[in-house]
Design a protein around this ligand. Structure first.
Ligand code: CIZ
Length: 315
């Protein structure tokens, strides 16, 4: 029996659902039930009748799925697949920052550990950070925004909110430079430039649209343009090519590769399902705390806050 058939059989036996983030290797995106961004996938999984969730992604994503589905068993095929951005702030560091700003409200990017989410009033995604700042805070509020400084600067710049910024960043998105966009634009003058808000400010300044990964998929489908320069992790080119047939996508630079995102493989996925290995375990207290910040975001409105549904895999 080939490996894909074995995985599909075991998945049925375990009543499992397989999720794959947009940056995952193609073979994992192809075998997944749903592909998309981390929050869209976690919401989709929480609404499914599956008993088991296998999250092909990095660790905070599997934690997010567990937070939203505490009664399901959640697994990650490669437990060492971390997110250096999420690890740039610990819950202890955030508590210290809150002590320095006792009246501040707190918002964290979804790229954070469950412990950090449990310390925050609100969570946000790359799709809704701007809307969250606009709708959940006032001009008088002092707002601690962690951990991504580029996303915080972008959302604060758009809204004028008074934001205390933590010095975290995604080292992969930081590899994308303005000169890469300028070079690509010279090669493909009619291409639209789609930039992820984890990018540097000078890269964002060159964007035709600033979008999350799911936002890029939707935008590319709806736009009348035929070519796009994509400023995010290079894995994103695969779902764009797969879902937006006939259009052309050029990575801003081939340097933007997240090694953690590439740690997964079909072999590891099979092993995970065979041995039920790589389970994500969180305490009830952390789950409850983190649920509060995520639910406060969801309450702010799926529509308003720009939450994106995950994409159902039909292949
Ligand atoms: O939340 C996600 O999935 C991330 C990290 C980025 C995005 O824009 O999809």
């Amino acid at each position: 029996m080939d490996i894909v058939t074995k995985i599909k059989e075991l998945k049925k036996e375990r009543n499992a659902i397989i999720l794959a983030h947009n940056y995952q290797p193609p073979e994992l995106q192809d075998i997944a039930d749903f592909t998309g961004d981390s929050l869209g996938l976690s919401i989709q999984a929480s609404e499914s009748p599956a008993d088991v969730i296998v999250f092909c992604g990095v660790y905070f994503m599997a934690e997010t799925a567990k937070i939203l589905s505490p009664n399901k068993r959640v697994f990650i095929p490669e437990k060492t697949a971390g997110c250096p951005l999420a690890d740039m702030i610990t819950a202890g560091q955030l508590r210290e920052l809150k002590k320095q700003h006792p009246n501040a409200k707190t918002i964290c990017y979804v790229n954070t550990t469950a412990e950090v989410k449990a310390e925050c009033d609100f969570c946000c995604t790359s799709a809704n950070a701007e809307t969250m700042l606009k709708e959940c805070f006032s001009d008088e509020d002092e707002i601690i925004f962690v951990p991504d400084k580029y996303l915080a600067l972008y959302a604060a710049g758009k809204t004028g909110r008074n934001v205390i910024i933590w010095n975290g960043y995604c080292s992969i998105h930081a590899k994308i430079l303005a000169e890469h966009i300028i070079e690509q634009k010279q090669l493909h003058p009619s291409a639209e430039v789609l930039v992820h808000p984890e990018c540097r400010q000078e890269v964002i300044a060159l964007a035709d649209a600033v979008l999350s990964t799911s936002g890029m998929l939707r935008y590319a489908k709806e736009s009348s343009s035929q070519e796009f320069i994509i400023a995010t992790e290079v894995g994103m080119i695969y779902p764009l090519q797969k879902e937006v047939a006939g259009k052309k996508f050029y990575p801003a630079t081939e340097l933007a590769v997240c090694r953690n995102m590439k740690k997964g493989s079909l072999d590891k996925l099979l092993l995970c399902l065979e041995e039920m290995a790589g389970e994500v375990i969180l305490s009830d207290e952390i789950i409850k705390g983190a649920q509060k910040s995520i639910n406060n975001m969801i309450k702010a409105g799926r529509q308003n806050a720009g939450l994106q549904p995950a994409h159902t895999n039909t292949s």
